[in-house]
Design a protein around this ligand. Sequence first.
Ligand SMILES: NC(=O)c1ccc[n+]([C@@H]2O[C@H](COP(=O)([O-])OP(=O)(O)OC[C@H]3O[C@@H](n4cnc5c(N)ncnc54)[C@H](O)[C@@H]3O)[C@@H](O)[C@H]2O)c1
Length: 228
Amino acid sequence: MTGLVSAGVGVVLGDLDRDRCAAAAAEIEAAGLPGRVVPAEVDVTDPNAWSKFARTARRHFGYPTLLVNNAGVLGRQGLETITADEWDRVVNVSQRGTWLGMQTVVPSMHLAGRGAIVNVSSVFGQIGSGAAFAYHGAKGAVAAMTRAAAVELARAGIRVNAVSPGMVRTPMTTGLPEQFVTDFVAATPMRRMATPYEIAAAVLFLLSDDASFVTGTDLIVDGGYAAR
Ligand SMILES: NC(=O)c1ccc[n+]([C@@H]2O[C@H](COP(=O)([O-])OP(=O)(O)OC[C@H]3O[C@@H](n4cnc5c(N)ncnc54)[C@H](O)[C@@H]3O)[C@@H](O)[C@H]2O)c1
Protein backbone atom coordinates (compact mmCIF):
# COMPACT_ATOMS: atom_id res chain seq x y z
CA MET A 1 0.00 0.00 0.00
CA THR A 2 2.88 2.33 0.70
CA GLY A 3 3.84 1.81 -2.97
CA LEU A 4 0.44 3.01 -4.13
CA VAL A 5 0.49 6.00 -1.81
CA SER A 6 4.04 6.90 -2.88
CA ALA A 7 2.80 6.86 -6.48
CA GLY A 8 0.26 9.53 -5.49
CA VAL A 9 -2.80 7.29 -5.21
CA GLY A 10 -5.31 8.02 -2.46
CA VAL A 11 -6.25 4.81 -0.67
CA VAL A 12 -9.28 3.87 1.39
CA LEU A 13 -8.11 0.99 3.53
CA GLY A 14 -11.01 -1.22 4.58
CA ASP A 15 -11.01 -4.02 7.14
CA LEU A 16 -13.36 -5.53 9.68
CA ASP A 17 -10.71 -4.67 12.25
CA ARG A 18 -10.90 -0.91 12.69
CA ASP A 19 -7.76 -0.77 14.87
CA ARG A 20 -5.69 -2.64 12.30
CA CYS A 21 -6.76 -0.18 9.57
CA ALA A 22 -6.02 2.83 11.73
CA ALA A 23 -2.58 1.44 12.66
CA ALA A 24 -1.67 0.84 9.00
CA ALA A 25 -2.83 4.35 8.03
CA ALA A 26 -0.81 5.85 10.91
CA GLU A 27 2.28 3.92 9.80
CA ILE A 28 2.04 5.43 6.32
CA GLU A 29 1.47 8.92 7.74
CA ALA A 30 4.57 8.43 9.89
CA ALA A 31 6.55 7.54 6.77
CA GLY A 32 5.91 11.11 5.60
CA LEU A 33 2.88 10.50 3.39
CA PRO A 34 0.07 12.35 5.15
CA GLY A 35 -3.61 12.44 4.15
CA ARG A 36 -3.48 9.78 1.45
CA VAL A 37 -4.86 6.82 3.43
CA VAL A 38 -8.33 6.81 4.92
CA PRO A 39 -9.09 3.91 7.27
CA ALA A 40 -12.63 2.57 6.97
CA GLU A 41 -14.32 -0.22 8.87
CA VAL A 42 -16.00 -2.58 6.39
CA ASP A 43 -17.44 -6.09 6.51
CA VAL A 44 -16.83 -7.33 2.96
CA THR A 45 -19.72 -9.80 3.23
CA ASP A 46 -22.24 -6.94 3.68
CA PRO A 47 -23.49 -5.05 0.57
CA ASN A 48 -24.53 -2.04 2.68
CA ALA A 49 -21.05 -1.81 4.18
CA TRP A 50 -19.61 -1.82 0.66
CA SER A 51 -21.96 1.02 -0.42
CA LYS A 52 -20.80 3.07 2.54
CA PHE A 53 -17.18 2.22 1.68
CA ALA A 54 -17.67 3.43 -1.92
CA ARG A 55 -19.24 6.68 -0.69
CA THR A 56 -16.23 7.23 1.57
CA ALA A 57 -13.87 6.67 -1.37
CA ARG A 58 -15.79 9.10 -3.60
CA ARG A 59 -15.92 11.75 -0.88
CA HIS A 60 -12.17 11.65 -0.29
CA PHE A 61 -10.67 10.87 -3.69
CA GLY A 62 -13.38 10.86 -6.41
CA TYR A 63 -14.51 7.82 -8.40
CA PRO A 64 -12.34 4.82 -7.50
CA THR A 65 -10.47 3.28 -10.43
CA LEU A 66 -8.44 0.69 -8.50
CA LEU A 67 -9.65 -2.11 -6.22
CA VAL A 68 -7.80 -4.80 -4.28
CA ASN A 69 -9.93 -7.55 -2.73
CA ASN A 70 -7.62 -8.88 -0.03
CA ALA A 71 -9.82 -9.93 2.91
CA GLY A 72 -9.71 -13.61 3.70
CA VAL A 73 -10.08 -16.05 6.58
CA LEU A 74 -8.51 -19.46 6.88
CA GLY A 75 -10.53 -22.47 8.02
CA ARG A 76 -8.51 -25.66 8.44
CA GLN A 77 -11.23 -28.33 8.51
CA GLY A 78 -11.31 -30.93 5.76
CA LEU A 79 -14.21 -32.10 3.61
CA GLU A 80 -15.51 -34.63 6.10
CA THR A 81 -15.41 -32.49 9.23
CA ILE A 82 -16.28 -28.98 8.14
CA THR A 83 -19.60 -27.61 9.43
CA ALA A 84 -22.01 -25.55 7.35
CA ASP A 85 -21.33 -22.49 9.55
CA GLU A 86 -17.58 -22.79 9.04
CA TRP A 87 -18.08 -23.23 5.29
CA ASP A 88 -20.19 -20.04 5.19
CA ARG A 89 -17.66 -18.10 7.28
CA VAL A 90 -14.75 -18.91 4.96
CA VAL A 91 -16.59 -18.76 1.62
CA ASN A 92 -18.49 -15.59 2.50
CA VAL A 93 -15.37 -13.55 3.15
CA SER A 94 -13.30 -14.69 0.16
CA GLN A 95 -15.88 -15.46 -2.52
CA ARG A 96 -18.92 -13.35 -1.64
CA GLY A 97 -16.68 -10.49 -0.45
CA THR A 98 -14.72 -10.46 -3.70
CA TRP A 99 -17.91 -10.49 -5.78
CA LEU A 100 -19.51 -7.68 -3.74
CA GLY A 101 -16.33 -5.61 -3.89
CA MET A 102 -16.20 -5.82 -7.68
CA GLN A 103 -19.94 -5.23 -8.06
CA THR A 104 -19.75 -2.13 -5.84
CA VAL A 105 -16.73 -0.47 -7.42
CA VAL A 106 -17.08 -1.37 -11.12
CA PRO A 107 -19.83 1.26 -11.75
CA SER A 108 -17.34 3.97 -10.70
CA MET A 109 -14.77 2.47 -13.06
CA HIS A 110 -17.31 2.62 -15.90
CA LEU A 111 -17.86 6.32 -15.16
CA ALA A 112 -14.10 6.92 -15.11
CA GLY A 113 -13.68 4.88 -18.32
CA ARG A 114 -10.92 2.70 -16.84
CA GLY A 115 -10.09 0.48 -13.92
CA ALA A 116 -7.86 -2.25 -12.53
CA ILE A 117 -8.84 -4.87 -9.98
CA VAL A 118 -6.65 -7.38 -8.17
CA ASN A 119 -8.27 -10.24 -6.26
CA VAL A 120 -6.07 -12.07 -3.77
CA SER A 121 -6.48 -15.81 -4.28
CA SER A 122 -3.95 -18.45 -3.13
CA VAL A 123 -1.94 -21.38 -4.48
CA PHE A 124 -4.53 -23.33 -2.47
CA GLY A 125 -7.02 -22.23 -5.16
CA GLN A 126 -5.14 -24.48 -7.56
CA ILE A 127 -3.83 -27.43 -5.55
CA GLY A 128 -4.98 -29.50 -2.58
CA SER A 129 -3.30 -29.63 0.84
CA GLY A 130 -5.20 -32.40 2.63
CA ALA A 131 -7.14 -29.90 4.79
CA ALA A 132 -8.80 -26.45 4.62
CA PHE A 133 -11.53 -27.66 2.23
CA ALA A 134 -13.65 -24.47 2.20
CA TYR A 135 -10.56 -22.26 1.84
CA HIS A 136 -9.46 -24.24 -1.25
CA GLY A 137 -12.97 -23.90 -2.68
CA ALA A 138 -13.25 -20.19 -1.97
CA LYS A 139 -9.83 -19.34 -3.38
CA GLY A 140 -10.48 -21.43 -6.50
CA ALA A 141 -13.71 -19.46 -6.91
CA VAL A 142 -11.83 -16.17 -6.56
CA ALA A 143 -9.54 -17.21 -9.44
CA ALA A 144 -12.53 -18.31 -11.55
CA MET A 145 -14.46 -15.09 -10.83
CA THR A 146 -11.35 -13.12 -11.77
CA ARG A 147 -11.25 -14.73 -15.23
CA ALA A 148 -15.02 -14.29 -15.69
CA ALA A 149 -14.89 -10.62 -14.69
CA ALA A 150 -11.83 -10.01 -16.88
CA VAL A 151 -13.69 -11.22 -19.96
CA GLU A 152 -16.89 -9.38 -19.02
CA LEU A 153 -15.16 -6.05 -18.39
CA ALA A 154 -12.31 -5.99 -20.92
CA ARG A 155 -14.19 -3.90 -23.50
CA ALA A 156 -14.86 -1.28 -20.80
CA GLY A 157 -11.14 -0.82 -20.21
CA ILE A 158 -11.28 -2.53 -16.83
CA ARG A 159 -8.57 -5.14 -16.15
CA VAL A 160 -9.13 -7.88 -13.57
CA ASN A 161 -6.30 -10.10 -12.31
CA ALA A 162 -5.52 -12.34 -9.36
CA VAL A 163 -2.44 -12.81 -7.22
CA SER A 164 -1.94 -16.25 -5.69
CA PRO A 165 0.54 -16.28 -2.81
CA GLY A 166 2.16 -19.37 -1.38
CA MET A 167 2.84 -19.13 2.34
CA VAL A 168 3.35 -15.58 3.59
CA ARG A 169 4.55 -14.41 6.99
CA THR A 170 1.38 -12.68 8.32
CA PRO A 171 -0.99 -13.07 11.29
CA MET A 172 -2.89 -15.67 9.23
CA THR A 173 0.08 -18.05 9.30
CA THR A 174 1.52 -17.31 12.74
CA GLY A 175 -1.15 -19.52 14.37
CA LEU A 176 -0.58 -22.51 12.09
CA PRO A 177 0.90 -25.73 13.53
CA GLU A 178 4.69 -25.51 13.37
CA GLN A 179 5.00 -28.83 11.54
CA PHE A 180 2.62 -27.67 8.78
CA VAL A 181 4.70 -24.53 8.21
CA THR A 182 7.99 -26.46 8.31
CA ASP A 183 6.68 -29.00 5.78
CA PHE A 184 5.34 -26.25 3.50
CA VAL A 185 8.65 -24.38 3.54
CA ALA A 186 10.57 -27.62 2.93
CA ALA A 187 8.35 -28.24 -0.12
CA THR A 188 8.94 -24.71 -1.43
CA PRO A 189 11.87 -24.69 -3.89
CA MET A 190 13.07 -21.32 -2.54
CA ARG A 191 12.91 -22.80 1.02
CA ARG A 192 11.26 -19.85 2.76
CA MET A 193 7.98 -18.01 3.22
CA ALA A 194 7.16 -14.83 1.28
CA THR A 195 7.22 -11.44 2.93
CA PRO A 196 4.03 -9.35 2.62
CA TYR A 197 6.07 -6.85 0.57
CA GLU A 198 6.71 -9.50 -2.10
CA ILE A 199 2.96 -10.03 -2.46
CA ALA A 200 2.30 -6.27 -2.46
CA ALA A 201 4.84 -5.81 -5.27
CA ALA A 202 2.90 -8.27 -7.47
CA VAL A 203 -0.37 -6.49 -6.67
CA LEU A 204 1.18 -3.12 -7.45
CA PHE A 205 2.45 -4.37 -10.82
CA LEU A 206 -0.99 -5.65 -11.84
CA LEU A 207 -2.65 -2.38 -10.80
CA SER A 208 -0.11 -0.31 -12.72
CA ASP A 209 0.03 0.73 -16.37
CA ASP A 210 3.05 -1.59 -16.73
CA ALA A 211 0.40 -4.34 -16.82
CA SER A 212 -1.76 -2.49 -19.37
CA PHE A 213 -2.29 -5.61 -21.56
CA VAL A 214 -2.59 -8.07 -18.68
CA THR A 215 -6.07 -9.20 -17.74
CA GLY A 216 -7.59 -12.47 -16.54
CA THR A 217 -4.27 -13.78 -15.27
CA ASP A 218 -3.38 -15.33 -11.94
CA LEU A 219 0.12 -14.31 -10.85
CA ILE A 220 1.54 -17.00 -8.57
CA VAL A 221 3.99 -15.68 -5.96
CA ASP A 222 5.04 -18.81 -4.11
CA GLY A 223 8.79 -19.40 -4.40
CA GLY A 224 8.09 -22.23 -6.86
CA TYR A 225 5.72 -24.25 -4.63
CA ALA A 226 3.09 -24.87 -7.33
CA ALA A 227 5.70 -25.51 -10.03
CA ARG A 228 6.93 -28.78 -8.53
N1 LIG B 1 -0.69 -15.57 4.66
C1 LIG B 1 -0.64 -16.48 3.71
O1 LIG B 1 0.18 -17.41 3.75
C2 LIG B 1 -1.57 -16.40 2.52
C3 LIG B 1 -1.38 -17.30 1.48
C4 LIG B 1 -2.21 -17.23 0.37
C5 LIG B 1 -3.21 -16.30 0.33
N2 LIG B 1 -3.39 -15.44 1.38
C6 LIG B 1 -4.48 -14.48 1.28
O2 LIG B 1 -3.96 -13.18 1.44
C7 LIG B 1 -5.00 -12.31 1.94
C8 LIG B 1 -4.45 -11.54 3.11
O3 LIG B 1 -4.23 -12.47 4.17
P1 LIG B 1 -3.15 -12.29 5.32
O4 LIG B 1 -2.18 -13.38 5.21
O5 LIG B 1 -2.68 -10.86 5.35
O6 LIG B 1 -4.08 -12.64 6.56
P2 LIG B 1 -4.52 -11.75 7.77
O7 LIG B 1 -5.36 -12.64 8.62
O8 LIG B 1 -3.35 -11.09 8.37
O9 LIG B 1 -5.42 -10.63 7.07
C9 LIG B 1 -6.72 -10.87 6.63
C10 LIG B 1 -7.53 -9.63 6.94
O10 LIG B 1 -8.87 -9.85 6.47
C11 LIG B 1 -9.70 -9.18 7.39
N3 LIG B 1 -11.07 -9.69 7.31
C12 LIG B 1 -11.53 -10.90 7.69
N4 LIG B 1 -12.86 -10.97 7.51
C13 LIG B 1 -13.24 -9.78 7.00
C14 LIG B 1 -14.50 -9.24 6.60
N5 LIG B 1 -15.64 -9.94 6.69
N6 LIG B 1 -14.53 -7.97 6.13
C15 LIG B 1 -13.39 -7.24 6.06
N7 LIG B 1 -12.17 -7.70 6.41
C16 LIG B 1 -12.11 -8.96 6.88
C17 LIG B 1 -9.08 -9.47 8.75
O11 LIG B 1 -9.54 -8.55 9.74
C18 LIG B 1 -7.61 -9.33 8.45
O12 LIG B 1 -7.14 -8.01 8.68
C19 LIG B 1 -6.17 -13.24 2.29
O13 LIG B 1 -7.11 -13.21 1.24
C20 LIG B 1 -5.52 -14.59 2.38
O14 LIG B 1 -6.44 -15.65 2.15
C21 LIG B 1 -2.59 -15.46 2.47
